[in-house]
Each structure stands twice: as structure tokens, then as C-alpha cells.
Design a protein around this ligand. Structure first.
Ligand SMILES: C[S@@+](CC[C@H](N)C(=O)[O-])C[C@H]1O[C@@H](n2cnc3c(N)ncnc32)[C@H](O)[C@@H]1O
Length: 215
């Protein structure tokens, strides 16, 4: 398959959650819409191990695909479970435990993991537990989670991971590179598709979608 270097998408969120600032965690629905349409067929299973407010799942259902996923936060889980026809396919839990949730094999995965800058000494994947704090622990856990994702992906399935570098006055975090290395421990890298946003909020002109194959 040929992958583009750049695509342009409208900065559109069709399923905005009414959760104040938290909703900034949502990616524009135009992003999963583009990749689900391009890389899957109707009735195929679309997996998101970090569902957040369920954007990937809502788009998948709208396009006649079957969404599955995991979300650790109870309120976010309930927000999407309450609106999805296939609510029984989503789990409120830890993506590292995917192997215990009895999921069927998936045709495609698209996700946006939580991000942290490298100077932070907490870890969104462990709810701030100091025993697991810091960027290295975060990346190690990310590698473990994607190893668990591999267990539910069909052979040759594609995995799309949305990620940004983080520019901060204290440090620059090359998260696109580091996430790519973590996910590459389980999946074969295929491309870094850069998305140019149309009509994005100031300062958010570009984002990255890393494409991997379960080869
Ligand atoms: C960037 S948000 C995803 C947003 C989503 N793409 C959307 O549009 O709503 C990442 C999500 O991962 C969840 N999360 C963090 N650690 C997790 C874990 N170990 N297992 C499952 N979900 C987790 C967070 O609660 C957060 O909602």
C-alpha cells in the first residue's frame, strides 16, 4: 500500500463531549473518519485502546463498522457507552489488560494515547502513582500496552497512532519519535502521515498519524 506524506483535513469534531476542558483531549472526528474510510470495509472491527470520549467508536458506527475499545476513565466510558449501539463491545478498564477482556480479533486499530512532556514526573497511564512516574516509565508502559494490542489484531491489520511532539518552554519532547519506537516493538512501521488542519485553533497547524502493520 502507498501512504501519503501529507493530507489536509478539516478541523471538525462532530461528537464534541460536554465536559469542559477535558474535551480538548478529543481528536477531531475528521481524523478517524479519514483513516477508517481509507483502511477498512463496512462491518469490519475497529479497535481503540484509549477511547477517551469515543470519537473513533462513534465514527466507526456511523460508517457501518463495528467499534470495540477500552477506556480507563469511568465518566468518559459512560459518555460513549450511553450513545453507542454497540456499547457492549467497549470496556471500562486498563488497556494493558486487553488480553483478559475476551475481545474478538480486530481488523483495524486507530487511537490517540495520552501524551506527556518528558520533563513531567507523573504518568497518565498510572493515575499519578509516584512509583511509576516519569517519561521513561510512560514509554515502557506504552510499549507494554501495544504488545497487548497485538494480541487482538489480525495478521496484516493496520494500526494508526495519533501523536504530537510537545514544545514547551522547559523542554521539547520528541514524542512522535519515541512513540514510534515504543509501538515498533510490536508492529512494523509503515508511515508517518502528517495532517495539515484546515481552520485549526491558533498554533495547531499539523499533527502526526503513525501507521504500523501487524506483519
Ligand atoms: C487522548 S485521550 C483519547 C481521546 C479520544 N481519541 C477522543 O477523541 O475522545 C486518551 C485517553 O486514554 C485514557 N487512558 C489512559 N490510560 C489508559 C489505560 N491504561 N487504559 C485505557 N485508557 C487509558 C485516558 O483516560 C484518556 O481518555
Amino acid at each position: 500500500m502507498q501512504y501519503p506524506d501529507f493530507i489536509t483535513l478539516p478541523y471538525i469534531q462532530e461528537y464534541a463531549a460536554q465536559h469542559g476542558e477535558d474535551a480538548s483531549d478529543q481528536y477531531p472526528s475528521a481524523l478517524p473518519r479519514h483513516f477508517i474510510e481509507a483502511y477498512t470495509k463496512p462491518k469490519q472491527r475497529v479497535f481503540d485502546p484509549f477511547m477517551g470520549f469515543g470519537t473513533s467508536a462513534f465514527v466507526a458506527e456511523d460508517l457501518g463498522r463495528v467499534p470495540y475499545g477500552v477506556e480507563a476513565d469511568g465518566e468518559r466510558f459512560e459518555w460513549s457507552a450511553g450513545q453507542l449501539e454497540g456499547w457492549q463491545n467497549i470496556i471500562c478498564g486498563d488497556a494493558a489488560e486487553i488480553g483478559t477482556y475476551d475481545f474478538p480479533m480486530m481488523d483495524f486499530c486507530i487511537t490517540s494515547p495520552p501524551f506527556i512532556p518528558m520533563h513531567e514526573n507523573w504518568n497518565p497511564l498510572y493515575g499519578g502513582d509516584p512509583e511509576y512516574a516519569g517519561y521513561d516509565a510512560y514509554l515502557a508502559r506504552m510499549a507494554e500496552i501495544f504488545a497487548a494490542v497485538k494480541g487482538v489484531m489480525k495478521h496484516n491489520a493496520l494500526i494508526v497512532v495519533h501523536v504530537d511532539n510537545i514544545a514547551h518552554k522547559k523542554s521539547f519532547t520528541p514524542l512522535v519519535r519515541d512513540m514510534s519506537l515504543a509501538v515498533s516493538r510490536s508492529f512494523k512501521p509503515q508511515a508517518d502521515v502528517i495532517i495539515k488542519w484546515e481552520d485549526a485553533p491558533d498554533g495547531y497547524a499539523l499533527t502526526h498519524c503513525l501507521v504500523f502493520k501487524n506483519a
